[in-house]
Ligand binder design. Structure first.
Ligand code: ZN
Length: 281
């Protein structure tokens, strides 16, 4: 039996489609359709931002609610993760949809530079978001763009603001934050094993590093992320036709490392999330 790999698909992100790839789903209907195809291709966790009609990102709870409902209908048991990222609003707005109680939400546990902005996460604000997640039984995915964020997450566990086991994502190749180097990932994972031995982890390589980071992560026993939020191209530089195409590429790669795309039941158990209960007919 091979080891399961939870495939996360990050469907949309915040880069304008016209400068990017026409396959990036923008409307809620497009997002549901794209998530469904990615689910069929092997993704069991969806990471989502929502957009306004002019493509700017928003934390509009109505859009998040419609997205969640559509995914629950079409992708039974898929783990839904909302982004509380800094491009979706300011201050408390960024957690303004957590009352919808998605399975998970992203939580960045420190500040860093992004390509053309400061990604600001004040220690007090991080604690407010963590408390909101706790109140609504939302499991955080800790986004580690820079090393201190890993230890900051452990502090939050010690403060009672995050329940164990932690789930950590190492993000690589965001300009001005950590580059995609295997030695860095190996160090991060070794540290995680010391400071949070029961944690699960995943990694995301942004842009052209996406596939390479997927290879490292499969080999090192972590979980994987792909999707048009992070990268819009296939191997030879052609535009990826869909989120599903990127998921399929990753799902096919699993066998090379004695892994398989996790089922919904496996993914939920690995992340210590409640099992999916099918809706009554
Ligand atoms: Zn995101």
């Amino acid at each position: 039996m091979t080891t399961p790999c939870i495939i996360t698909v990050a469907i949309t992100g915040s880069v304008p489609r016209k400068e990017n790839n026409p396959a990036v789903p923008i409307t809620v209907a497009e997002q549901i359709e794209s998530t469904h195809a990615a689910f069929e291709a092997g993704a069991t966790l969806v990471h989502a931002h929502v957009r306004n009609d002019d493509q700017t990102t928003t934390s509009d709870p109505d859009k998040f609610a419609r997205l969640k409902e559509g995914i629950e209908t079409h992708c039974p048991g898929m783990i839904i993760q909302f982004s509380t990222g800094g491009r979706s609003g300011t201050g408390g707005e960024r957690g303004g949809m957590l009352h919808l109680a998605p399975d998970m939400a992203s939580l960045t546990t420190g500040s860093c530079n992004f390509p053309s902005m400061i990604y600001e996460n004040h220690p007090k604000f991080i604690r407010e978001l963590a408390q909101m997640m706790l109140d609504h039984s939302v499991k955080p995915e800790i986004e580690v763009f820079d090393l201190a964020m890993l230890y900051n997450a452990v502090d939050l566990v010690d403060e009672g603001l995050i329940k164990k086991p932690l789930h950590v994502q190492f993000v690589m190749n965001v300009k001005h934050s950590l580059p995609a180097r295997r030695e860095i990932l190996e160090f991060e994972v070794a540290q995680l094993k010391k400071v949070a031995p029961d944690a699960t982890w995943t990694a995301a390589g942004i842009g052209r590093t996406q596939l390479e980071v997927n290879h490292w992560t499969l080999e090192m026993g972590g979980h994987c992320r792909t999707g048009l939020e992070d990268n819009v191209r296939m191997d030879k530089g052609t535009l990826a036709p869909s989120n599903a195409a990127l998921v399929e590429r990753l799902a096919d790669l699993c066998a090379k490392y004695d892994r398989h795309a996790a089922t919904v039941a496996e993914a939920r158990e690995l992340l210590a999330l409640p099992a999916h209960v099918a809706a009554a007919a």
